[in-house]
Design a protein around this ligand. Sequence first.
Ligand code: DSN
Length: 478
Amino acid sequence: MSRNAESTAFRSALEVVRGVEPRVADAIAAELADQRESLKLIASENYASPATLLAMGNWFSDKYAEGTVGRRFYAGCQNVDTVEALAAEHARELFGASHAYVQPHSGIDANLVAFWAILADRVESPALRKAQARQVNDLTEADWFALRRELGNQRMLGMSLDAGGHLTHGFRPNISGKMFDQRSYGTDPATGLIDYDRVAEAAREFKPLILVAGYSAYPRKVNFRIMREIADSVGATFMVDMAHFAGLVAGKVFTGDFDPVLHAHIVTTTTHKSLRGPRGGMVLCGPELADQVDRGCPMVLGGPLPHVMAAKAVALAEARRPDFADYAQRIVDNAQALADGLLRRGATLVTGGTDNHLVLIDVSGYGLTGRQAEQALLDSGIVTNRNSVPQDPNGAWYTSGIRIGTPALTTRGLGAAEMDATAELIHTVLSQTTPGTGPDGAPSKAKYVLDPAVAESVGKQAADLLTPFPLYPAVDLG
Ligand code: DSN
């Protein structure tokens, strides 16, 4: 697509929206302006290509397509079949998977599909067999009770939330924590790294049905070969949630022992983080689980989103191009440059650095909570998110950490020199922010004091840093 065509497409779309509800058109335009001006360091965000974004804005959104390719519960799905099959084919080729299911609307949905598939595959339940033989109407009340008894309370072992695991890996505020009898493995308190011997010990004691690996705030590689050996030793199904680092797998930065698709029985992901696609999810697996995975809709998912599957097909095609590998490597190079810059200025990093796309700063070294640090950075034009650190004394709301990641800024083209400048800006803000007090004068975990002149100066420097790297450069909304 020529740059002119991109600009015309987005301008025309906004003009049409403005004709109906101008406030929505204004908000869309304002979002672009905000994203252009801020230093986006949220580790789970990115900027999808114009082709990916444009593939979502059309009449595919009008179509119902429950079922799978060639086997739908609605008529007239031939074009949805085309895009769903293309997205699945690109996913299989990109990741070397034998099966890909591209319908999940999000990472949580992809994990629910995987949990269901594993339960249905692994747990002996006559009531479930009946239900799957499509004899739901024949199920008695007693059958339903049996189904709940037989499938409920199975065991899951996943990484603990404060060590960097994800809510959907069995934590109480999420349905996974209610469905499963969950136990977690943490990280070594001295190094912050996964201790595989401890994971093996926990697996031996707990004998989980599912061993989950994957994270949203662990700044290191995971050895999936070892994790698979642990799963095999206790007869567990090995599931990897690669939502955060799918782009690094796609770009062949994570290979061999570090490629989850080579080692796991089932892999889930989102498509919008380092993979740089539309907001959505996906499941990859071998032939044993494929049939159960394909029952995701309507078992745990609402109707598929054909417009998003079209965009997934576009983004996955982009990720198969040779330049995506270069992008993936630059994400990690940038994260390491950022980590080095912070360390040199005296910051404390969980695990002492990174070998993926993210860095976790322990801001207690600056005398701040994560919440204070997050807000002070935001005042200064730097968008991050607060995050627990291992054994966090401030809990999951205030936290003691700031998680930063490089997929988005790498897409804009920033490199090592800009990462060092970014480290300087972050350090300036954090070292000049002090904890505030509540109305009663008591120390507050939320309030903070930062000289507005410092915030303004850093915000200006952040904007200047971005000027040579325009976001969606072809898009001029006038
Ligand atoms: N919300 C995502 C993240 O920020 O890591 C994970 O679900």
